[in-house]
Structures are given as structure tokens and as C-alpha cells.
Design a protein around this ligand. Structure first.
Ligand code: CS2
Ligand code: MG
Length: 402
């Protein structure tokens, strides 16, 4: 089988997505996700201008050699744009492989290791009461694990909470909006959020929380300690992880499990965190970490150190990545949990798929390959519009992590 052509689709059904389609001389094609929230056209151009010419004529079954060629051959390696582009190629090739072998991708990753993929949903609210009502709604929908985020008294807005009556979609058209942040107000408020959540819903639901890179290690240590009575499933991105050793400080003070890695692109971004067991879950996703070929290696390395997977699964990862994550999650042995932010109707219509949700678990479906399609005609009705993630400033105006 030979690769005969490839094209990049950029569309915006509810939000921007970058999708690679690779075609072969046997009429089988594969899809890959290259979406990088706020920098979509950088990846689209990287794939179109620098990757596709090198793919034509290659054997799509050579996923390892093509991965190494695109990673080492670029010379300038790692980084979010490069690794999202490599991921798009890798996933499209695995999709082709599964279709050619007439089997779902999970069978190429070791087969089913479990009946279903445990997922967690996002619950949020402008205040504690509203957030708890949303937790209740998701419990009624069948979720057994729920991330809880709420507005912080005194702050006009905060991470993870949509504007009143809006769907949560952090990327906004036009130039980046500017958020306001106070660590002190957040640290005073968050333990109360979980005290109330446990009081109302008891212990039988997994609770998760995302600090979104905003604390210092000792602030995260304080929060982790104060959240211990509420037995969180994880406290995510407590600090910006460029300094991996920052997690040692947190680890020394609290037993609240730690998760990080959604912004990581290769194993080297988190190697020390895993090896030192400074984290419990690695959040790297198939689209941002170079596809199945690299993420399988990350999971295998993590399995040596009791670290489990907890792949990122926000709406800015397309249904192509959601499908890939479910094939990955049902197969890898050291699976932990999978994030599931449900896409909007427009997105699901443009990306028809076979995955499904039931009673807190998701299932990849049994179609050969990924089990996702791209309706190019419908996608054309949703043209790309530049959008940015917000930026964040402390109350004194200092720029900080969003
Ligand atoms: C968040 C993401 O889902 C999460 O854990 O950190 O929603 C993140 O804010 C977005 O993916 C950024 O594009
Ligand atoms: Mg996160």
C-alpha cells in the first residue's frame, strides 16, 4: 500500500479544528487531529508545507519509521506545533492500518484490557451553589467522576467557568481577553467548594479539580493538604511544570493525588515527574504528544513508576482525538481515567463517530480503524475564524498563567 495524497481541513463547527486526511492507492484513507487551540494555522501550515511532501509514496504501515523520520528528520524537534503535526500523521496512519486489517485500533494496541473507559465530566458554576447543581446534573447523566470548578468571590471571572448561560469554550474570536487572578482569594475559596460538594454528594463520586498552572509549589502544597479530607481523585496542574522539581515540594506535604501533562509534547517534558513519582497521573494527549506511537511509549514508561494515564479530553481536541483516546484507554494496562468534555452538536455533525457513553464509561466502538468520519461538505459551512485563549493578570496587573 502507498500514500498517494494528503490534505488538511481547517473548519470551525462550534470551535476551530485541524484535520489531516491521508489517502492511499488502495482507496483506504485515514484521519488525524492536528488541533492546537489558538495556533491552529501554524499546525495546518506545518503539515501542508513541510510534512505532506515527505509522505507521498511511503508505506502507511510504517508508523514507527515515519514517526522517527518526522521527529528526528525535522532537526528542530519537540514543541506543540511539531508534535501536533506528527500526531495528526500518526493517528491517520493507525486509522489506515486498522481499516486495512479490518480491526479497531485498540486491537493493535494490545486489545481490550477492560470493559469500558471510565470518564470524567466538567461541572462548573459562577458560585458554589451553581457548581453543585451542575455536579448533580452530571451525576444524573451517569458520570461517576466529575471535575468541579467554580467562580471565586471577588474575581470577575476565573478558569473553567463559562460566562452566564454560555457553553464553556475558552477560545474566543478576536484578540485575547484578559482575566483577573488572586491566588489568595482562590485558596480561601476552593476548600469550601469541596467541603460543600462532599457534604451534598457524599463519598461515592470521584471529584477532580484543575488549578490550571496557577500556584507556586508551596501554595499548591497548602491547597493539597486542605483538600485531603475530601479525597480528590486528583488535583491537576497545580503549578506550571517547566520546573518538574516543583512537584517534589507539593509531594512532600500532601497525599492529594497529582496530575499534569496536558501541555506536554514528549516524554522528556515529564520524565523526571514520572521517575520520581512526583505525580500520579500523566495527562498527555494523543494530539499534543505525537500520536499513538509516542503516547504508548509514555504509558509504558509511566507504568514502571505506578503512574497512570489521565489523558486530556477537552473540546479543543476534536472527535478524532476523542476516538483515539478511547481506543488507547481501553487497551493500555495503566489506564487511570479519561477526560470527556462533550462536543457541541455542530462538531458532532461534522465528525460522525461510533464512540458512545453509558453510565460513566465510554466505548470506542468496533469499526475498523478509529471509527470517525469527517463530513467535508458540512465542514465547509463552518469556516475557520481566528480565536485566542485568554491571558491572565494578577490584581496588580502582573501577567500570570491563564
Ligand atoms: C483544561 C483544558 O480540560 C482541561 O483540563 O486544562 O480545557 C484547557 O484549558 C484547554 O484545553 C486549553 O485549550
Ligand atoms: Mg487542565
Amino acid at each position: 500500500m502507498k500514500i498517494t495524497g494528503a490534505s488538511v481541513n481547517v473548519c470551525s463547527p462550534g470551535r476551530n479544528f485541524v484535520t489531516l486526511k491521508i489517502e492511499t492507492d488502495e482507496g483506504i484513507y485515514g484521519l488525524g487531529d492536528g488541533t492546537l487551540n489558538g495556533r491552529e494555522l501554524a499546525v495546518a501550515s506545518y503539515i501542508t508545507e513541510h510534512v505532506i511532501p515527505c509522505l507521498i509514496g511511503r508505506d502507511p504501515f510504517q508508523t514507527e519509521d515515519i514517526w522517527q523520520y518526522l521527529y528526528r528528520g525535522a532537526y528542530w524537534r519537540r514543541g506543540p506545533v511539531t508534535m501536533a503535526a506528527i500526531a495528526a500523521v500518526d493517528v491517520a496512519l493507525w486509522d489506515i492500518k486498522g481499516k486495512a486489517l479490518n480491526t479497531p485500533i485498540y486491537n493493535l494496541l494490545g486489545g481490550r484490557s477492560r470493559g469500558g473507559v471510565l470518564v470524567y465530566a466538567h461541572a462548573h458554576g459562577a458560585d458554589i451553589e451553581e457548581a453543585l447543581d451542575d455536579v448533580g446534573k452530571h451525576i444524573e447523566m451517569g458520570y461517576q467522576a466529575i471535575r468541579v470548578q467554580s467562580g471565586v468571590p471577588g474575581l470577575a471571572s476565573t478558569y473553567g467557568v463559562p460566562k452566564a448561560g454560555m457553553r464553556y469554550e475558552p477560545a474566543e474570536k478576536g484578540l485575547p481577553s484578559e482575566g483577573q487572578w488572586s491566588t489568595e482569594m482562590y485558596l480561601r475559596h476552593t476548600p469550601k467548594l469541596f467541603e460543600e460538594t462532599r457534604r451534598r454528594f457524599g463519598e461515592n463520586v470521584h471529584l477532580l479539580h484543575d488549578c490550571h498552572h496557577r500556584l507556586t509549589p508551596i501554595e499548591a502544597a497548602r491547597l493539597g493538604k486542605e483538600l485531603e479530607p475530601y479525597h480528590l481523585f486528583w488535583m491537576e496542574d497545580p503549578v506550571a511544570a517547566e520546573l518538574q522539581e516543583g512537584f517534589r515540594v507539593i509531594r512532600e506535604h500532601t497525599t492529594t493525588p497529582l496530575a499534569t501533562g496536558e501541555v506536554f509534547n514528549t516524554i522528556w517534558d515529564g520524565q523526571e515527574l514520572i521517575q520520581r513519582q512526583w505525580i500520579d497521573y500523566i495527562r498527555m494527549s494523543i494530539v499534543h504528544a505525537g500520536g499513538f506511537t509516542h503516547l504508548k511509549k509514555v504509558a509504558d514508561f509511566a507504568s514502571l513508576y505506578h503512574v497512570r494515564t489521565g489523558c486530556h479530553g477537552a473540546t479543543d481536541l476534536s472527535p478524532v482525538t476523542m476516538a483515539a483516546a478511547l481506543h488507547f484507554g481501553i487497551a493500555v494496562h495503566n489506564f487511570g481515567i479519561q477526560e470527556h468534555m462533550a462536543h457541541c452538536e455542530e462538531t458532532d455533525a461534522v465528525f460522525p463517530h461510533g464512540y458512545s457513553f453509558k453510565a460513566g464509561y465510554m466505548y470506542p466502538g468496533d469499526a475498523p480503524g478509529l471509527g470517525v468520519e469527517l463530513d467535508e461538505k458540512l465542514a465547509a459551512k463552518y469556516p475557520y475564524e481566528r480565536a485566542y485563549l485568554p491571558v491572565n493578570r494578577k490584581l496588580d496587573g502582573t501577567l500570570t498563567d491563564w
